[in-house]
Design a protein around this ligand. Structure first.
Ligand SMILES: C[S@@+](CC[C@H](N)C(=O)[O-])C[C@H]1O[C@@H](n2cnc3c(N)ncnc32)[C@H](O)[C@@H]1O
Length: 523
């Protein structure tokens, strides 16, 4: 049944929709859940697009080549990348109000506290158990453990070999968003193993297959009607959107923040110009939801009420690399990223839980949960057309996922960490169905060049990794450093602060200081 044939009161019971095989589906039957970003072709995209997964492996195998970097140029190459970000910022008026620098001491304290609590809670199977312990002040006060380990070994700075095998110079085929792929575990291009996980279709926005997820396709159609769109026209009145009580998008953003179980001055704020600082550790993912302006608004989403704004700018070059046989590919940033920054969206195919093939479970990420009472409460406070309102409430009876296995982006390669440097949260745009969600990855601490990007996969998933986790953080549950295994929250925050100090010192010494000397010379 095509979209046009679905009548307003014909909401489909998801149980009736049959699951399809995880075969490659033509991109032309896919509905994009957002506008296409600017695209400037880089490479032989047509050949790639028409190739099967096996043929794509062959393409990669054939194009794999050695690239070399002179050893003495390593920090200079990082400085060059840093300088490129500064140049980009200097040329872009839309970014003039965004600060590319260390966050303030006070903000750093908030980040450290959150990260320490997150790391602490990550050890407990039942959230309630961790919560109970965390609330126990005595436990937090005991702070007398001596750290014997040398913390400078936990800087997590991945310095690739000077001779690397480049598998793909740009996985996106878009000059505006280059993502190279390297294999650092083999010396010869002909020895490189190309796994199927590298042959996915690169997308920038979530997509909906209208023959599999008819209700989601219907939601895109109904949500696109003027009556159900949420957008604003503050720009025409010469006003910014964030904290503007007349802005419809900010109004919803603010209603969403009020679902957080905190007082006003402690709420996590979703704005474009301020760092996103998480204040409350419990159920961060479910409690922190934002609403952002979009291309439908007068401001075109370039205002201060769009937490996805920086992601759309592609300011931070990311790289996919393999440095470990078992762990597979990972992602690292080649530049500094301040804490509280949205770095990348986790994009993929939107699917109801029952439609996620079992073999994709490893990669799929839940983006809405059924019987969410807070969500129901939110829907009560927004006026939509009755048919659309009914559809939105029907969505609340199912779990929805973003599956990046066939269609995905660089975020699908982000690894697990027992002390992660990013958190995933939801920011809605245009309307409120699962087809309007953007899962964004926000930095939890300053990320220095070369650091692998990571999230916490959650207790149950990471439990499977316990014996073989290679996150390399001081808090790794697979670590042999016994003195770092059972630290309380205060001690964890202290250790995080010390490691952070080492990282900053190294960045200052190896990149920023030499850059000053290079000033006015070409890098
Ligand atoms: C979502 S995928 C990440 C991308 C994957 N590395 C790849 O090459 O396709 C999750 C898988 O990556 C590997 N992985 C991620 N984080 C890891 C960690 N900290 N230690 C060991 N393996 C990890 C595990 O094999 C895990 O099942």
């Amino acid at each position: 049944m095509s979209l046009a044939e679905i009548s307003d009161d014909e909401i489909i019971n998801e149980d009736e929709v049959e699951s399809t095989e995880p075969v490659k589906i033509s991109p032309f039957s896919m509905l994009k859940a957002g506008p296409e970003p600017p695209f400037d072709l880089d490479g032989d995209y047509k050949n790639w697009l028409n190739a099967s997964r096996e043929q794509r492996k062959e393409i990669m195998r054939k194009q794999a080549k050695i690239v070399r970097r002179k050893q003495e140029n390593y920090y200079k190459s990082i400085a060059r990348e840093h300088n490129n970000v500064l140049l980009k910022l200097g040329k872009d008026d839309e970014l003039k109000d965004w600060k590319y620098d260390y966050i303030s001491e006070e903000e750093s304290g908030i980040c450290r506290r959150f990260l320490a609590e997150k790391t602490y809670l990550g050890r407990f199977k039942v959230a309630g158990e961790g919560e109970r312990r965390l609330k126990n002040k005595d436990l937090q006060m005991r702070n007398d453990k001596k750290i014997k380990s040398d913390l400078s070994q936990y800087l997590l700075h991945y310095r690739p070999p000077d001779r690397r095998v480049l598998i793909a110079s740009n996985l996106t085929f878009n000059k505006y968003n280059r993502v190279p792929v390297y294999c650092d575990i083999t010396e010869k291009p002909e020895d490189v193993i190309i796994p199927s996980s590298l042959t996915f279709e690169y997308i920038d926005n979530n997509i909906v297959n209208d023959s599999v997820e008819r209700n989601l396709a219907y939601a895109l159609k109904l949500g696109g009607k003027k009556e159900n769109q949420i957008c604003c026209d503050c720009a025409a009145k010469g006003k910014e959107c964030y904290e503007n009580i007349d802005c419809q998008c900010f109004e919803l953003n603010s209603k969403m923040s009020r679902l957080q179980p905190l007082k006003d001055d402690q709420l996590t704020e979703f704005s474009s110009r301020k760092p996103i600082l998480f204040k409350h550790i419990f159920n961060t993912y479910y409690n922190n939801i934002g609403f952002a302006c979009s291309e439908l608004c007068g401001c075109l989403g370039k205002c201060n009420n769009n937490a996805t704004f920086l992601i759309e700018k592609n300011l931070f070059p990311l790289e996919i690399y393999r440095s470990d046989m078992e762990m597979g590919f990972s992602v690292r940033s080649t530049v500094f990223i301040p804490a509280g920054t949205p770095v990348v969206e986790f994009a993929g195919e939107l699917l109801e839980e029952a439609h996620v093939p079992l073999e994709h479970a490893e990669y799929a990420y839940q983006c809405s949960s059924k019987d969410d009472e807070k969500w129901e409460l939110l829907l009560d406070r927004v006026n939509f057309e009755p048919a659309y309102d009914r559809l939105l409430r029907q969505f609340n009876k199912q779990n929805y996922y973003i599956d990046p296995t066939i269609y995905g982006n660089v975020a699908r390669m982000v690894g697990h960490s027992c002390c992660p440097n990013m958190e995933v949260v939801r920011v809605y745009k245009r309307s409120l169905s699962p087809a309007h969600v953007n899962m964004i990855m926000v930095t939890l601490e300053d990320v220095y060049p070369g650091t692998p990007l990571s999230i916490d996969y959650g207790y149950h998933y990471s439990q499977r990794l316990v014996e073989r986790c290679k996150c390399g953080t001081f808090a790794c549950r697979n670590s042999k450093a016994k003195d770092l295994q059972h630290l309380n929250v205060l001690k964890l925050a202290e250790v995080i602060k010390e490691i952070h100090g080492h990282r900053r010192e190294m960045f200052q010494r190896t990149v920023l200081k030499p850059m000053e000397r290079f000033r006015n010379k070409s890098l």
